[in-house]
Design a protein. Structure first.
Length: 484
């Protein structure tokens, strides 16, 4: 049913702009959204329309700035804007509304994803201008805008044209190293392979094309979206979202598109090689995790947000006129070649009074955090309702399984109804964040997560099938933007 909604939209309808939608239409969309029990309380989600990738993450002017890809016209991929929120504490937010509009010829079909850096008293917001020609062929360019301390945004135009790649050339992520600036861009090479392309600049306006970063994965999918490159704990990390990859093992690359990372010692800017490359890994084994982006804050923490959603998949919230949310912000570390994720400590302030329980908890708040210290071989966690609809997280000696086959609303079943992750140790803490229709499970000490949407009508119990004690905390809501 949800997938029907997508098919019914014409290109003309999807590419309507904010000023083409009436006040009445907006009010109607917001009303439908406010009736949705699946709308989250402590995750960032759009008031209406579709949210996808996190963009422009930066710490600037004493605040964290979070932008995201937004289609205002409805819960579909269409005309994309950057929507802007900021916060000092990840609890109270300021809602700045639509921030970068597709109002130039070169971004006439959307202001696409990109990252930010802070330079003196400005944040520089890099994005892809997405233009379609009369044959609907994409003409992508890399562009930027500045934001001053008053939050005023000024577009500065194109800095890189597409001279080397197919029409798939997007999502610039910039960083500064010494006096030099570097940018990675996601691209498809002329022989139709995904790649992370490096550019170099000394003045932020002239950019030298250095070509694809060389790894052992030069034939790995047909496009790499949303590349990120950073150094952390003495290692170099390439994080990206490849399209067109699969595996024969039970764990990896089961979603329509995937997220993966490579850890190495460093990128050699002369040979363009990732030196000391280690095995390729997946940060998340859930159903809905895509296009993560990272930044460094004032405390030196490397923080990641991802889109809890995937291209080409309509979630049941479409009927409530919204789609997509951001993951919780997660602090990263590199340990033994793994990217370890931990929900930001600021989120502890959202916790209500702890309840210790064994067995079943009836009528829990559906926004909660659950922590379990395990050293046993088998158990499961179930979230369900009185008519038997449920999701299950099952743990065996060497595997974790998330099972969505018995939800009230099933969708995306063509990609399978279970996801599995390897269990790396018997003794570990399992952390589960649930927020109405999203679950984020931190396993293997944060070396992996399982992030997913789920749809169960009238959720009424939480059951842990062991005699182990679990600690449950109801979670309070974020404030300052469109949450219930
Ligand atoms: C990833 C992506 C990016 C693009 C953006 C458009 O989800 O396809 O590659 O910039 O979304 O919204």
């Amino acid at each position: 049913m949800a997938r029907e909604a997508k098919k019914n939209w014409t290109v003309g309808q999807r590419y309507r702009r904010l000023e083409d939608i009436s006040h009445t239409q907006i009010t109607e969309m917001m009303e439908k959204r406010s009736l949705d029990n699946g709308y989250p309380n402590y995750h960032i989600a759009p008031a209406f329309g579709l949210l996808n990738d996190p963009n422009g993450l930066c710490y600037f002017n004493s605040e964290h700035h979070i932008f995201y890809q937004w289609t205002p016209v409805g819960p579909v991929h269409g005309m994309k804007y950057w929507y802007h929120l900021s916060t000092k504490d990840f609890i109270h937010f300021t809602d700045h509304g639509a921030a970068i509009h597709p109002d130039q010829d070169h971004d006439s079909h959307g202001v696409y994803s990109g990252g930010a850096i802070v330079e003196n008293d400005k944040a520089l917001l890099f994005f892809t201008g997405n233009k379609r020609d009369e044959n609907w062929k994409r003409i992508p360019t890399q562009c930027y805008a500045t934001m001053n301390t008053a939050g005023e945004i000024e577009k500065k135009g194109i800095i890189i044209e597409n001279d080397h790649y197919t029409e798939h050339f997007r999502d610039p992520k910039v960083w500064k190293q010494g006096d030099d600036y570097y940018m990675v861009v996601g691209a498809q090479t002329q022989d139709l392979k995904g790649a992370m392309i490096l550019y170099h600049s000394q003045d932020l306006s002239k950019w030298e094309h250095k070509g694809p970063i060389k790894t052992t994965h030069n034939d790995f999918g047909y496009m790499w979206e949303c590349p990120d490159f950073f150094e952390l704990d003495g290692q170099a990390v390439m994080l990206f979202s490849p399209q067109g990859v699969s595996s024969s093992n039970p764990y990896d690359f089961k979603n329509v598109f995937s997220v993966t990372y490579l850890v190495g010692d460093r990128v050699n800017f002369s040979s363009m090689e990732l030196e000391g490359e280690q095995s390729i890994r997946q940060p998340d084994y859930g159903f809905d995790f895509y296009a993560p982006q990272t930044y460094v804050d004032d405390k030196g923490r490397r923080i990641l947000y991802a889109w809890v959603g995937l291209p080409e998949i309509d979630t049941p919230s479409v009927k409530h006129e919204w789609a997509g949310m951001l993951s919780l912000p997660r602090e990263l570390r590199i340990e033994n070649g793994f990217m370890v994720q931990k929900a930001l400590e600021e989120l502890e302030a959202l916790r209500g009074e702890a309840i210790e329980f064994t067995g079943t908890l009836q009528q829990p708040s559906n926004s909660f955090y659950l922590s379990l210290d395990i050293d046993i071989v088998e158990f499961s966690i179930e979230l369900g309702n009185s008519v038997g609809d449920k999701i299950e997280f099952k743990v065996t000696e060497d595997e974790f399984t998330l099972d969505r086959s018995q939800m009230s609303e099933i969708y995306a079943e063509e990609f399978g109804l279970t996801r599995k992750a390897p269990r790396l140790s018997l003794t570990q803490q399992i952390e589960v964040y649930v927020d109405q229709s999203v679950i984020e499970i931190f396993i293997n000490g944060g070396k992996h997560t399982m992030t997913s949407r789920f749809f169960i009508d009238d959720l009424s119990y939480l059951k842990v099938s062991t005699s182990l004690k679990s600690t449950y905390y109801p979670m309070k809501s974020l404030s300052g933007f469109n949450l219930k």
